[in-house]
Design a binder for this molecule. Structure first.
Ligand SMILES: [Zn+2]
Length: 228
């Protein structure tokens, strides 16, 4: 991939570490065992003594934010997260419709896994510029959750696309309806993502393919979505 990017691979979900002159920033913070996998991944890359200065969140699902509060506290790191998922960080989300199923799972999982609520230091809105890793822009990609947001690095033509889709060889798909707040909205978000000038995308639920390959899978998924 890139020498200043580490993908922390875990059995259920991946998350990412970006490195620039100021230190490390996590892009999401993983799920069960995430802290262990993070330590291993940093050691493997020789980054174990680097300062984690921030955590940037794509959305408020438990498998992305379980470790945010503890890691932020430990490292003294800032947290920036999409404003429209605020109820989820504060642990006050009440889901409706299909997403009630996910809501129930989260309601059970949060106390069980000792989720610690947090208030971000910075609220992220669509189009916000984030001054790290050569510049990232927040791209609101709602549907999966109301606040679901990707982060676009224009200079590298790369989009960290969160849970916009899951990318596995021979099995790429949109997130299942029971996990989405508004499945119909995801289509629009897929088209919005693909309207960017892209050389690759980086999803969180994915195999170890290169960003270019993930992008090809997203493009063929989008072609199958179009009603014609
Ligand atoms: Zn999710």
């Amino acid at each position: 991939m890139f020498p200043d990017l580490v993908c922390v691979r875990t059995p259920l979900v991946n998350f990412h570490v970006l490195k620039d002159d100021a230190g490390l920033v996590l892009l999401d913070a993983g799920f069960i065992g995430g802290r262990h996998y993070l330590r291993e991944a940093l050691r493997e890359r020789g980054w174990e003594d680097e300062l984690i200065r921030g955590i940037l969140v794509t959305h408020g699902h438990l498998d992305h934010v379980l470790n945010v509060a503890s890691l932020a506290q430990e490292a003294g790191a800032w947290v920036a997260a999409p404003r429209l998922d605020r109820e989820r960080y504060l642990d006050k989300e009440r889901s409706r419709g299909w997403s009630r199923v996910a809501g129930v799972l989260e309601a059970i999982g949060r106390p069980l896994l000792r989720f610690r609520s947090f208030t971000p230091d910075r609220w992220i809105d669509d189009g916000d510029e984030i001054d790290l890793w050569g510049g990232l822009r927040a791209v609101h990609l709602p549907g999966h959750t109301a606040g679901h947001t990707g982060y676009y690095c224009e200079s590298r033509r790369l989009l960290f696309c969160g849970d916009l889709f899951a990318s596995f060889r021979g099995w790429s798909h949109l997130p299942p309806s029971i996990l989405n707040q508004d499945s119909a909205g995801i289509r629009e978000s897929v088209y919005k993502a693909l309207s960017l000038d892209l050389g690759g995308v980086v999803p969180n639920h994915a195999d170890g393919a290169e960003p270019e390959e993930h992008l090809r899978r997203l493009q063929s998924l989008a072609a199958r979505l179009r009603p014609d």
